[in-house]
Design a protein around this ligand. Structure first.
Ligand code: HEC
Length: 224
């Protein structure tokens, strides 16, 4: 057997490697779940389940609206945040918000249709994944996960198939990034999104299996 195997690492480093691989898997799973939800929302043309504007209005900005005024915002948002429906919202914004959010103020400018519509359509922050966004995940996040896992761990196993699996991972990542890049802003071709999801999941599951087996299966070949 090759001299190189993760099994020969000291136990603390093997535990750390296990943690890293599982954390990468969790990140990938969360990211895939997030981008799949975004895909569905894009296809349904439905307003975000919890729009950022409403999350803010019911959260930190709650003191600035009465329940009736908040309902006006909600109606506008749920109606698709159209320009035609903006008038009642504009009246409230001018009254309640412009003192702080007016042009030239110290706080974000949020008084016009153009300012508010993006916040109405944007999904309220889901922490890390929403910050990275679908673009960041497909083009940077997922490729990085595979890069770290493949070159940090898979290449250090003694498994013979590692080159083929590394190639398979590269194909999966390139397919996923490519399909997203080609389709961005154009919902549809759901098969491409699903294929991307499936090839990434399968590739990472196999990689995780190989690395964990190399770490923990069988006796180590003597201590270094
Ligand atoms: C007393 C001043 C004040 C008033 C009045 C006020 N806001 Fe704010 N608002 C703030 C401050 C301060 C922040 C935080 C700014 C920051 O993030 O730097 C904020 C943040 C926000 C944000 C988040 C912006 C972002 O990009 O994350 C939204 C949305 C918002 N306000 C909407 C409103 C709306 C709608 C109203 C009127 C109903 C309103 N605010 C009234 C002071 C105010």
């Amino acid at each position: 057997m090759g001299a190189m195997s993760l099994r020969n690492l000291p136990p603390s480093e093997r535990a750390f490697a296990t943690f890293v691989i599982l954390a990468l898997a969790a990140f990938l799973a969360g990211g895939l779940a997030f981008t799949t939800r975004q895909e569905r929302a894009g296809r349904a043309q439905a307003p975000a389940a919890q729009p950022r504007l409403m999350a803010v209005l019911e959260g930190v900005m709650a003191p600035n609206t009465s329940p009736a005024e908040a309902a006006v915002f909600r109606t506008w948002v749920q109606g698709g945040a159209t320009r035609e429906g903006f008038a009642p919202v504009e009246a409230i914004v001018t009254n309640n918000c412009a003192s702080c959010h007016g042009p030239g103020g110290q706080f974000p400018r949020l008084t016009s249709y153009e300012d508010l519509r993006p916040l109405a359509l944007e999904e309220a922050s889901e922490g890390l994944f929403a910050t990275l966004g679908a673009r960041g995940l497909h083009l940077i996040g997922f490729p990085l996960v595979f890069l770290v896992a493949a070159f940090g761990y898979l290449r250090r196993t003694d498994w013979k198939g590692q080159t083929i699996l590394t190639g398979g991972c590269a194909v999966a990542v390139i397919f996923d990034a490519g399909q997203w890049w080609l389709r961005q802003g154009h919902p549809g071709h759901a098969w491409a999104a699903w294929t991307g999801l499936i090839v990434l999941s399968v590739a990472f599951l196999v990689l995780t299996g190989v690395v964990l087996a190399d770490l923990w299966r069988g006796p180590s070949e003597g201590k270094r």
